[in-house]
Write a protein of this length. Structure first.
Length: 341
């Protein structure tokens, strides 16, 4: 999730666990700890893109990190605030829950989180909310900000914070409920259109849980469709894209190619543009948000790099997409969320 959401969530958790004992210091440190797992991005300038793709949401987003960091940071906080006697266990408990909820909310997104590091690099994702979702963030932030404006230790302050947490948590539950319904609709459409997926996924369109993207791969073809829960009927039209796996066959087993396949969880296409071999992660959609029937560049792409005779991939780099016209899609996005007639 975005940084603002993680700060708000960390502050809310800090207030719940230690607010009564430590006053505003608890949500303040909760907010700071809420961004700690994402500090793995500070390593990225010092490693190549292939390593960086595995590092982000890696060990710092694992259950191991929660259990290892909590007692260490808890000890440090207890030493720092020794005169206020909150106790090592209480500080450790707060750190643990802030880090754990950071990982938990990231799991709801599509990016993929390696919660089992360092024992497994498997990516986990619920694909239930977009990485920026004001319907989740605003109630959470409003609750904790309201609480901070109230006197410490009062019931009103405690329940203002609880209200934000409860409303945002109910939104997550609603997202999972809607996803279950949407996933079934896509499965019915795949069956009706004689599409037999080797793998499939559904993920929400930007900023909401009402409009969803659905993807399926069959042999060398990727299908992509849009469905809003407000559509007049359940019939979905699919974009059909060639994955062009044959372009990658000469480089099978080479780390840069395999790393992108791993990260995209199989929902990728390949292509050649201006003499460069590109790989596109279609989980993040296209620059037109799939709202048009015209060709549009994918939102998340990589240009593969090669040695002198092009027999081996040496790395990759993010391939930029022009988003300068994205603002013009806001109106069509709202219309499409409202349902297709």
């Amino acid at each position: 999730m975005d940084t603002i959401t993680q700060i708000a969530l960390g502050a809310a958790v800090g207030e719940v666990v230690l607010g009564k004992r430590m006053g505003n210091k608890a949500p303040m440190w909760g907010a700071a700890l809420g961004v700690v797992p994402d500090l793995d991005v500070l390593i990225l300038p010092f490693v190549d893109a292939v390593q960086g793709l595995a590092i982000h949401r890696g060990i710092s987003h694992s259950l191991f990190f929660c259990f290892a960091a909590a007692p260490i940071l808890g000890w440090g906080f207890n030493r720092w605030y020794s005169k206020q006697a909150a106790g090592w266990r209480s500080w450790s408990w707060m750190v643990f829950w802030v880090l754990l909820t950071h990982i938990g909310i990231d799991l709801f997104t599509t990016y993929g989180t390696q919660i089992l590091q360092p024992f497994s690099d498997r990516l986990f994702s619920l694909n239930a909310i977009f990485i920026i979702d004001p319907f989740y963030t605003v109630p959470l932030a409003a609750g904790v900000i309201t609480a901070l404006l109230m006197k410490n230790g009062t019931r009103r302050r405690r329940w203002a914070n609880y209200a934000g947490i409860i409303i945002s948590s109910l939104y997550l539950l609603a997202a999972l409920t809607v996803k279950t319904h949407v996933h079934k609709i896509f499965e019915e459409n795949f069956a009706a259109q004689d599409i037999h997926p080797e793998q499939q996924m559904t993920t929400p369109a930007p900023f909401n849980i009402f409009l969803w993207n659905g993807y399926a791969t069959v042999n060398d073809t990727l299908y992509a469709g849009l469905y809003s829960i407000f559509d007049d009927d359940n019939e979905i039209s699919f974009h059909r894209l060639a994955q062009n796996k044959h372009l990658l066959k000469p480089y099978r087993g080479q780390l840069p190619v395999e790393r992108i396949k791993w990260f995209s969880q199989g929902f990728f296409t390949a292509g050649i543009e201006r003499g460069s071999l590109l790989m596109h992660d279609l989980r993040f959609g296209r620059s037109d948000l799939w709202l048009t029937n015209q060709s549009a560049p994918p939102s998340w792409s990589y240009r593969l790099l090669f040695n002198a005779d092009s027999t081996k991939t040496t790395g990759f780099e993010r391939y930029g997409t022009d988003f300068k016209h994205r603002s013009t899609l806001f109106g069509p996005l709202l219309d499409r969320i409202g349902g297709e007639k």
